[in-house]
Design a protein around this ligand. Structure first.
Ligand code: PLP
Length: 454
């Protein structure tokens, strides 16, 4: 019998996170104060984040200890399985050997609890009573609700309107773990009221929801803010994925030639790929790491590398990143988790330095890929994850055309059980190709006054 699953035991859960900052040839440029354009220090972030996370945000230590309490909660779903995709290989008729790491086994159904748990832990340890956050597809809000329930903390979630309406059970899931959930833009914040005054029918965006959650956290001394992607400490926590996958690939007797993951702000991509990039840095390996983004929100493949705000209103520091402009409102595509206007600063610098690659896929293409996968492997992928699968299929077909057998590893970062509406829309022919024009991108970048970074 052929082996399908490569498993680890609980005591093989890594006890450190890998910090790629230590190995990067060019470190990311510092965040800037928007008023003075001077680099900000850790203190500037103190109203929003606990000090332990701020220190991780700026750390250049290569290995950072995972607290025992966090590892113990990780055992609820970790280590996660690594699968050999025998079914997909057969369906594609490819000589490529395809593996995937499955993060959908977590309580909330994606990789997000890998960082939600340590974020809640460090907040609780510093006496924080409430965490405010935003959520796009609902994955991050669910993960943080689950994590806060473990530490008896209040959780307030601003959920992008289009997802709030489209995914009612995500909201109920968060309520079950004890969180309060509001559709964003809301009337509860000045940021939300400003948007609603201009666009009463706004479908919302991650950038707007971030503005709301940041405002709530900044105006309450007992509250802090948490972000589910983009920031360095979030990417750091997710490296647990790639470290496990590396051990599992060793058990399978293989090393990937190509590592692929979908890309929203960069956390699941970083989580899987950074421990493999470490081998490129340390041992001169040439593992290709490819980020897959939607053609309708293409910051990596069509954005500019500039200082920009992380939110829509402009409350965050200026960050050096690939961006479509903080006012960019993507088409309401079904991969809610990939609708963010920018990319994390570490991933942006790696792309600038050509140490990673990026590709994009249209909406119909990713649903086609997701359905091929579901029929071949059984698991129904989250719409976000189907972007990575579309890249896998592209690379596997290249292997077939060229008659070479490469080893491909990808991140199946979540299941799609709460996204059946999206699949239904696809089956009913409602999912259309969305062509974003250069003029639309120029328009969205118009208000960005910072120069391109050389
Ligand atoms: C949040 C999310 C993403 C996108 O965020 P990243 O930080 O880029 O990983 C992708 N897939 C799923 C399932 C998500 O929940």
């Amino acid at each position: 019998m052929r082996i399908r699953k490569f498993l680890l035991t609980e005591n093989e859960i890594p006890d450190k996170w890998y910090n790629i900052m230590a190995d990067m040839p060019n470190k990311p440029l510092p965040p800037l104060n928007p008023a003075t354009k001077e680099p900000i220090g850790p203190d500037a972030l103190a109203p929003l984040f606990p000090m332990a996370l701020i220190m991780q945000e700026v750390s250049t230590e290569k290995w950072i200890e995972i607290p025992d309490e966090v590892r113990e909660i990780y055992t609820l779903w970790r280590p996660t399985p690594l699968y050999r995709a025998h079914g997909l290989e057969k369906a594609l008729g490819t000589p490529a050997r395809i593996y995937y790491k499955y993060e959908g086994v977590s309580p909330s159904g994606s990789h997000k609890p890998n960082t939600a748990v340590p974020q809640a832990y460090y907040n609780a340890k510093e006496g924080v009573k409430k965490i405010a956050t935003e959520t796009g597809a609902g994955q991050w809000g669910s993960a943080l609700s689950f994590a806060c329930s473990h530490f008896n903390m209040e959780c307030e979630v601003y959920m992008v309107r289009v997802s709030y309406d489209g995914k009612p059970y995500r909201k109920v899931m968060m309520n079950t773990w004890g969180a309060n959930v509001y559709a964003s833009p809301s009337n509860r914040t000045a940021a939300g009221r400003k948007i609603l005054a201009e666009h009463p029918d706004s479908p919302g965006s991650l950038g707007i929801a971030i503005s709301e959650a940041v405002e709530v956290a900044a105006s309450d001394p007992n509250a802090k803010y948490a972000l589910g992607s983009v920031l360095n400490h979030v990417l750091l926590h997710q490296t647990i994925i790639g470290q496990e996958a590396l051990k599992q690939m060793e058990k399978a007797g293989e090393m990937p030639d190509i590592v692929i993951a979908p890309f929203g702000g960069g956390s699941n991509f970083a989580g899987l790929s950074f421990p493999f990039l470490r081998l490129n840095f340390e041992e001169g390996k040439k593992i290709r790491c490819i980020a897959s983004e939607p053609a309708s929100c293409p910051k990596l493949t069509r954005g500019v590398f500039r200082y920009d705000f992380g939110d829509t209103i402009g409350m965050t520091p200026l960050l050096p990143m690939y961006t479509l402009g903080h006012n960019f409102i993507p088409a309401p595509i079904h991969a809610g988790g990939l609708r963010y206007h920018g990319a994390g600063v570490i991933v942006s610098q790696l792309l600038k330095d050509k140490l990673i690659e990026a590709v994009s896929h249209t909406n119909p293409e990713v649903f086609k890929a997701g359905i091929i996968f579901a029929r071949a492997e059984g698991i129904i992928p989250a719409p976000e994850a189907t972007h990575g699968i579309a890249t896998v299929i592209r690379e596997a077909q290249k292997c077939k055309e060229e008659g070479v057998s490469k080893t491909i590893l990808f991140n199946l970062c979540g299941h799609g059980h709460f996204d059946m509406k999206a699949y239904q829309d696809y089956f009913e022919g409602k999912i259309k190709e969305h062509e974003l024009t250069d003029a639309e991108i120029r328009e969205s970048l118009k208000e960005l006054t910072t120069p391109e970074i050389a």
